[in-house]
Design a protein around this ligand. Structure first.
Ligand code: NA7
Length: 536
């Protein structure tokens, strides 16, 4: 029998080399702890490594969607556009990796398959698909919220004879659609960003839409040197405002209810938001937008009126208009030329609720009333969000209990960063934290800093273990649910609710209490000596 090599001994193992894993490594080095990052891709960047589909762009502005931990980094890096495109964000991630020499503690093209807590040794044994084994005191899951692609639940996908692509696993060399007939399944963010770009090359594009989505124009543009210099001159203060803000982007909060102002005033406000571009002009225009269906409907109807204005065929405009969920309760999109692409004669929209896809055939897609022939199929069908990447790893805590089983009815965490029964395991932007409802960069930094401060605290107090109590976890889960239930979010079949994956429990997963208040709460817990945790 071959000898089992002794696992590599480390203080911390970090899973994932996206923005969370990279910064976690940086902070652990500062603490003088030994750490290694295990990454499935061949490079850093996480989301921005995998999502290379045409048109992939962040819908948080560049100057907000960047690390704040290094004043030198934020001063030296120059963004070129208001909203950064995927290649630029990936270059930024690579720059950070080089600048702080992070790669020497990273292992690429290696996927973590299991993480088991060994109670006797009080250590985590982490195994990978390449046979690598690591024994570490702490384990940090920096695995991302949208990193496990979801394929369409349609028969025959593997029978298709043409090329197939998932937006979340796009080929690195790019894809040429020139002169090809392309079918796109899905109308979420990835589809809405990529369809205009695909249509610019393809001879015919057919979009299969299950749920019409709200999309706001990006009004993307080059970022001038002056604009950047102006913000950089007050970046410290600006970053602090981001940390204290509701969604991780400094912006004035609404002061009034939509229902307390006149129709004319609302339209003026919504028009200003639409013309400014981006996510928040409509979703964050009034205090009651996320709380009252009637208030929300005023903003939703404004978007529909814009769709009718842009799309010349009234029937196509009607199909594109969302009626089945309040605005913002599924992730709203930010686009460049999405709705108007349907005015092109070679772009078609199929409503698959009216005429469901029955199967994929070797030559295309069959619905209940027609057959479509394609050279290529693009699946823009999203992800097993928030819990997918964690459940994909065989994570076992005390008594060999599996995290997946503990989460069978939905994720349970304390603060979205830790789980009872899983000592010394941390999640960056896990379920139960603001994560996907916020500027991810701000939330990532907050979690990484909270975790590293916690490890520093344990180290300086000669402690080795931290674990939340069941009571603290139960109370947090109850609080997350209570805050979520007071909003309109549970009304939508969204991936926030786990509703996009058949069989997944329907639970509102992110914490909607706001980035600033959440940060304050976490900071207070640490300052009080980690209330709700047992330290040993
Ligand atoms: P999303 O937002 O989950 O969108 C996936 C889309 O695919 C959505 O329109 C789905 O319809 C559709 N879908 C999924 N499965 C099917 C099947 N079987 N048939 C038809 N249509 C289907 O993922 P994205 O990649 O676009 O965006 C992910 C996030 O990235 C985004 O939210 C931003 O945070 C950035 P549904 O709405 O479920 O009816």
């Amino acid at each position: 029998m071959p000898d089992t090599p002794r696992p590599e001994q480390l203080d911390v193992v970090i899973v994932g080399a996206g923005f969370s894993g990279m910064y976690m490594l940086y902070r652990l080095r500062e603490l003088g702890m030994s750490a290694r990052v295990i990454e499935a891709g061949s490079g850093v960047g996480g989301t921005w490594y995998w999502n290379r589909y045409p048109g992939a762009r962040c819908d948080v502005e560049s100057m907000d969607y960047s690390y704040s931990f290094s004043p030198e980094l934020e001063q030296e890096w120059e963004w070129t556009e208001r909203y950064p495109a995927q290649p630029e964000i990936l270059r930024y991630a690579e720059h950070v990796a080089d600048r702080f020499d992070l790669r020497r503690d990273m292992v690429f093209e290696t996927r973590v398959s299991s993480a088991h807590y060994d109670e006797a040794a009080d250590r985590w044994l982490v195994r990978t698909d390449t046979g690598h084994a690591i024994s570490a005191r702490f384990c940090v899951m920096a695995t991302g919220c949208l990193s496990v692609p979801k394929w369409p639940e349609v028969d025959g996908v593997e029978e298709f004879a043409g090329r197939t692509f998932h937006t979340g696993r796009w080929p690195h060399e790019g894809v040429d659609f020139t002169g090809r007939r392309v079918g796109v399944i899905g109308t979420g963010s990835s589809a809405i960003q990529s369809i205009p770009q695909i249509a610019a090359q393809a001879s015919a594009v057919t979009v299969f839409q299950r749920t019409a989505n709200f999309s706001m124009p990006a009004h993307n543009r080059p970022l001038s040197k002056e604009e950047q210099a102006d913000l950089k001159a007050r970046y410290r203060e600006y970053r602090q405002a981001a940390r204290e803000s509701f969604v991780g982007v400094p912006r004035p909060l609404p002061t009034r209810n939509a229902l307390d102002v006149s129709h004319e005033e609302r339209v003026q406000t919504y028009s200003a938001g639409w013309d400014y571009g981006g996510l928040f002009g409509l979703t964050g225009a009034y205090l009651d937008t996320r709380l009252s269906e009637e208030a929300n409907e005023t903003a939703a109807e404004f978007v529909r009126s814009k769709i009718r204005e842009i799309v010349s065929d009234p029937e196509v405009a009607r199909r594109l208009s969302p009626y089945d969920h309040p605005l913002g309760t599924k992730r709203p999109c930010v686009d460049t030329g999405y709705y108007k692409i349907y005015n092109e004669p070679h772009v078609d929209l199929v409503d698959v609720r009216a005429t469901p896809i029955t199967k994929v055939t070797p030559t295309g897609v069959q619905t209940s009333d027609a057959t479509y022939e394609f050279d290529d199929l693009v699946f823009a069908t999203g992800f097993d969000a928030m819990t997918g990447a964690l459940n994909a790893i065989d994570i076992r805590g005390r008594d060999g209990a599996a995290l997946k089983e503990k989460w069978a009815e939905g994720p349970r965490t304390y603060l979205g960063v830790s789980v009872a029964g899983f000592p010394n395991l941390f999640m960056i932007t896990g379920p139960g934290s603001p994560s996907v409802l916020s500027n991810m960069m701000v939330s990532i930094e907050q979690h990484v800093e909270w975790v590293s401060d916690c490890l520093g605290h344990l180290k300086s107090n000669g402690l080795s273990t931290i674990e939340p109590t069941d009571e603290a976890e139960n109370a947090w889960v109850e609080h997350v649910n209570e805050v979520g239930a007071a909003t309109l979010y549970p009304k939508a079949n969204s991936w926030y609710m786990g509703a996009n994956v058949p069989g997944k429990p329907r639970v509102f997963m992110p914490y909607v209490g706001g980035v600033g208040p959440y940060r304050e709460h976490c900071t207070r817990i640490a300052a009080e000596g980690y209330t709700g945790f047992v330290l040993a």
